[in-house]
Structures are given as C-alpha cells and as structure tokens.
Design a protein around this ligand. Structure first.
Ligand code: CMC
Length: 427
C-alpha cells in the first residue's frame, strides 16, 4: 500500500500522494506540486521520473527481467511468434486461434504499399543510409493514408497500427534494395512475416529464392527481442510527438529518428564496427585499456535500466550460435572476439563495479551480418521490430483518460530581462 510523501521546503511542508504500480517502485505524485508550491522537479534524462502510466512492458533492471503484458521475454522468444507478440502488445492478451488467424490475415493483406510510394525512394541518393530513407519514407506514409489519421477514432487508430506493422518490412526491404541497386520485391501473401521480409531483402530476379527455416526463425526471434522496451528514448519520443494529436505515421518517423542515435538503436551497428576494429582476440586488452582511459565506450555494453545481464542478450547469443552453425560459420573470428571480450569484461572490476553487462545489441550485429545484412541495415531492422512497441504505446496513450499534451518545464539559468541594444550601439 502506497504511503504518502512529505516535501519540506524551508518552513513550508507539502503532502504528496504516492501511487503503487502492480510491481516496481511506487511513484510520488508531483502533478499538483507546481500549482501548490510554485516548484518544479528537476530530472534531466528522466532517471527518476515516470512520464506515464503503462500496462504494456515491465523491466526489472536489477534482476534482468523483461515482461511483455506479464510474459517473460525468454518464453515469448522460445514459444511465440513475432506477430503473436504484436497482437499481445497491441491488445493486452495472447490471441485465440481465431483471433490470431484474423490478425495475421489483416497484417498480411496490408503489406503492399501504394504504387506511387515507390517513386519516393528514387529521391534519395543511392548511398543514403537506410535509416535516413526509413525516417523519410515512414514520415511520407502520412501523405498516403488519409483515411486512418483521426487519432480520436479507435477504429482508425487500429487501422494505422495495422498498416504500420504490415508495411514496415516492405519499406525496410526497399531501403535495403535501393542501397544495393537491386529491384524491389513485392510482398507475398503465402509467407510468414519474417519469411516475407527475408525474401523481399534477398530475392533477386535472376534466381529462385529458397526460404531457410532456421534463418526465418532467427529473424522472427530478433523481431520479438526488439518489439518493445517500455519508455526508452524513441518510445518517449513517439508518445511526446503523439501527445499533440499529430499524424501517427509522422510520430513513428520521429521515433525512428531518435532510435538512429548510437546511444540507442544505432549501437548494434557500432558494436559490429567495434568488433571489426578489434579484429583478433590478442588485441582485446589494448582495446579494453582504451575504454578505461575513456577514449571510447564498449558498444553493446551497459544500459540505463539493466544493471544485470540484459535478458534479450541471453536469447540473442543463443540465436547467434544457431545462425552461425546453420551457415557453416561457427568459427567466425568476430564471434570469437565477442565471446572473449564478454568474458574479460564480465570479470574486469571496471565493468563489474559499473554493472556493465552485454545488452541486446552486442550479439545482434554478428547474427545479422551472418544472415547477409550490411551494418547499415541493423538499426533499420530494429526500427521495423520496434514499430509495434511504439504504436502500442501510442495507442495506450490515447486510451488513457489522463492524457495531456507533453510539456516538460525547465530550470532557467539564462539572462534576466534586458533591453535590446541596436547593432550600431553594441561595442
Ligand atoms: N563502456 C564503457 N563504460 C561505460 C559504458 C560502456 N558501454 N556504458 C556506461 N559506461 C560507464 C560510464 O563511463 C560511467 O562511468 P563513470 O561513472 O566512471 O563516469 C558509468 O558507466 C555510467 O554510465 P552512464 O553514461 O551514466 O550510463 P547511462 O545509463 O546514462 O548510459 C548507455 C546508458 C546505454 C547510453 C551506455 O551504457 C552506453 O553508452 N552504452 C554503449 C551504447 C549501447 O550499447 N547502447 C545500446 C543500449 S541497449 C539497446 C537500446 O535500448 O537502444
């Protein structure tokens, strides 16, 4: 049972309510603090601030726990499929067989994109980063689907969510095809979500494309591992953009832009570049020394919330071994470097003291490279998978009667009011 908190400022005292969640730390309710006390709270980086109430995803960073609607990520990765996880995140419960069949059909039949949309890709330089293309292309969806943008209509919100989940693989595969100068591949309705995406990415007109069940399962699992992660930077961006009632496709484009940064989704690309740079196991000590000298960070390590092994990294490591074994590359020198680096870092007091463990991005790069994706596509794949998390959180925000436009305040440390000085009078 939540107690109440008292804030004492000089000789004034304010009673603040506290609210319990289902689990996790209780929150101090400061919503009326400014009105009653003329005080703001200060929390750059939101390290102690719950910006919303949510029922979707729970993380216990100290215990290394990640639950979607209560289900542990390891169980979902092992037994579920990405589309089932999409249904779960969006609707709150696992689907019945009929509900799933209906959902799968809906998503499958929304995978095509408007024919005019393809011309949009031609506007980019051929060496454009796929994330630049994704940010632009997903934003451009807002110019194509005018019939699902009334954010106050639950049915239209549902349709835009389905469209986004369905069209992201088509757009990501086109961003890839465009960057390698190959023709676009049309989605097929007789394939699963992951299989369809792999075919759209790797099929060429010159030969038949054969699906590989191990790689398809790995792709699906990678999508599951990236599906949602509560109020991370990109999700908070989507919520903030959406809080003004903005177009849902534009809000997801904002999320993609935020995800691109190297401290967030861009870390998978950086982690693989780091492993390439280290190159061989004997160079690891020198590299670790550079980290300790603060020349650079160990990419794919550390997390704002996890102060324990990232549960997604455990599954990712297993998937990495399965993929490398399947393509006959179990001795990949990069995997050797990664495993040795992990071993050393997990025992080195510098990393142990700071609770720096491998995160999901550490093994995803090697896996995606082995599957045939260039490093520039890694974050685009993250964006594809995270779209369901973004749109589920966006949808939840609109179902929340407490919704308000997001409007943080600030601690102002600039100059006080002063008079304008004309140019000729400035010394
Ligand atoms: N390598 C070396 N030192 C690190 C690292 C790292 N990867 N991450 C944190 N530290 C150190 C940091 O220098 C600081 O040490 P000190 O207290 O001595 O100054 C301490 O650990 C705390 O770091 P912080 O920057 O205050 O922690 P944060 O919670 O703000 O940062 C992070 C979280 C993910 C940005 C950071 O760990 C990082 O830069 N990691 C590398 C990038 C990465 O892998 N990102 C992917 C995150 S998982 C996927 C996703 O959610 O997008």
């Amino acid at each position: 049972m939540a107690e109440h908190a008292t804030l004492t400022v000089g000789n004034r005292s304010f009673d603040l309510g506290m609210i319990d969640g289902t689990t996790g730390p209780a929150v101090v309710d400061v919503r009326k603090l400014y009105a009653e006390a003329d005080i703001f709270t200060f929390d750059p980086g939101f390290t102690s601030t719950a910006a919303c109430e949510s029922k979707i995803t729970y993380i216990d960073g100290d215990a290394g726990v990640l639950l979607h609607r209560g289900y542990p990520i390891a169980q979902l990765a092992e037994h579920s499929t990405f589309l089932e996880v999409c249904y779960l995140l969006l609707n709150g419960e696992l689907p019945t067989a009929d509900e799933f069949a209906d959902f799968e059909k809906t998503i499958t039949y929304h995978t095509m994109i408007h024919a005019q949309f393809d011309r949009f890709f031609g506007g980019f330089r051929s060496d454009a980063h796929p994330m630049a293309i994704m940010t632009g292309a997903v934003g451009a969806l807002s110019a194509f689907y005018h019939d699902s943008i009334n954010v106050d209509d639950p049915e239209q919100r549902k349709i835009s969510a389905h469209r986004l989940i369905a069209k992201m693989p088509t757009i990501a595969a086109r961003a890839f095809k465009y960057s390698v100068g190959q023709p676009f591949v049309t989605p097929r309705n007789d394939m699963t979500y992951a299989e369809n995406f792999l075919r759209m990415s790797f099929s060429v007109p010159a030969e038949d494309w054969k699906s590989n069940p191990i790689l398809t399962r790995a792709m699906d699992r990678i999508f599951i591992l990236h599906a949602d992660h509560e109020q991370n930077a990109s999700t908070s961006t989507v919520r903030l953009a959406g809080s003004s009632g903005a177009n849902p496709f534009a809000c997801i484009a904002a999320g993609i832009a935020c995800l691109w940064g190297p401290s967030h989704g861009g870390a998978n690309e950086e982690a693989l570049m780091m492993l390439n740079e280290i190159g061989t196991v004997d160079r690891i000590p020198e590299y670790i020394q550079g980290v300790k000298d603060r020349k650079y960070r160990l990419m794919g390590f550390g997390h704002r919330v996890y102060k324990n092994y990232d549960p997604r990294a455990t599954v990712m490591q297993k998937t990495c071994h399965e993929v490398l074994a399947e393509i006959g590359n179990a001795d990949d020198p990069l995997l050797k470097v990664a495993m040795e680096l992990e071993k050393i870092a997990l025992n080195d007091p510098y990393f142990v003291d700071r609770k720096l463990f491998p995160n999901v991005d550490f093994y995803s790069g090697i896996t995606l490279k082995a599957m045939g994706f260039p490093t520039t596509m890694f974050t685009a794949l993250f964006a594809l998978a995270r779209t369901v998390g973004w749109i589920s959180q966006w949808k939840e925000m609109f179902e929340d009667p407490q919704r308000k436009i997001g409007r943080p305040r600030q601690l102002y440390t600039g100059p006080l009011a002063r008079d304008y000085v004309p140019l000729e009078a400035r010394g």
